[in-house]
Ligand binder design. Structure first.
Ligand SMILES: C[S@@+](CC[C@H](N)C(=O)[O-])C[C@H]1O[C@@H](n2cnc3c(N)ncnc32)[C@H](O)[C@@H]1O
Length: 227
């Protein structure tokens, strides 16, 4: 048995007991194989758009003796995944913009029985905005540290309700209400990026003032008094 890193472990924690899962962009299929070995899922589709990663997935599935539960398939996003084969859909380790495109072109995800577990590497703010404005509820969001980097994982489902998304929510989701060290670290890293970004804006413009206000708000989440 191998161990999952904290990032994939956090994704695993959001998967429902006995679920049929689809891991999109699976690469080595670590997550579905680990879940199958732990008896947490009833079946898994491990999919990737590239043949190389899919070969990695296949050999890992065979090596761990879980071919009866985990099937590796070539698929661009969810294009070759059938709705009946997936209750919980994971997209981890990909860019937020790609996740938006893959979600948006899969109509069967607009079903409140389906859970989406999303771990974006980039543009998480665009992803949260898309989810809010397109009827997806972010039911839970948690942060973790893996190999000294901060990550966020969102558990979502479609409920058809379109929500307004503030700039603050776009950048940190509900992590502002989470007092954990991991959430604070995630917010700190996001804010450091904003501090770099603001340098490209001219002082005094609306854009600049808005971003400065956001930076100040985010700072309050991880700075304690006296610092
Ligand atoms: C960095 S790996 C992430 C692997 C694993 N999900 C994780 O989080 O550790 C990203 C994987 O996504 C795959 N990928 C990229 N675009 C994709 C798409 N449109 N559909 C399916 N897989 C895709 C890549 O081939 C690659 O194997």
């Amino acid at each position: 048995m191998f161990n999952l890193d904290n990032r994939l472990l956090l994704c695993a924690g959001f998967i429902r007991e006995g679920a049929k899962i689809a891991d999109i962009g699976t690469d080595h299929a670590y997550l579905p194989v680990w879940l199958a070995l732990n008896g947490k899922i009833s079946s898994a589709v491990a999919s990737d758009v590239r043949k190389g990663p899919l070969e990695n997935a296949k050999s890992n599935i065979e090596k761990n003796g879980v071919s009866d539960k985990v099937k590796a398939i070539l698929s661009d996003g969810l294009d070759n995944i059938s709705e009946e084969d997936a209750d919980d859909i994971i997209m981890a380790g990909m860019g937020g913009e790609l996740m938006i495109r893959l979600t948006d072109r899969t109509p069967w995800l607009k079903n409140s029985d389906k859970h989406l577990i999303l771990q974006p590497m980039t543009r998480a703010e665009s992803l949260r905005k898309y989810l809010c404005e397109n009827g997806f509820e972010i039911m839970q969001e948690k942060a973790c540290i893996s190999l000294r980097k901060a990550y966020s994982v969102m558990l979502c489902r479609y409920d058809g309700m379109k929500r307004e998304c503030s700039e603050e929510f776009a950048y940190i989701g509900a992590l502002g209400k989470d007092n954990s060290d991991e959430a604070k670290r995630y917010i700190y890293v996001v804010n450091e990026k904003l501090k770099k970004k603001i340098k490209g804006f001219s002082e005094g413009t609306q854009e600049y003032k808005k971003m400065l206000a956001l930076i100040e708000k985010l700072t309050a989440y991880y700075k304690t008094e006296g610092e």
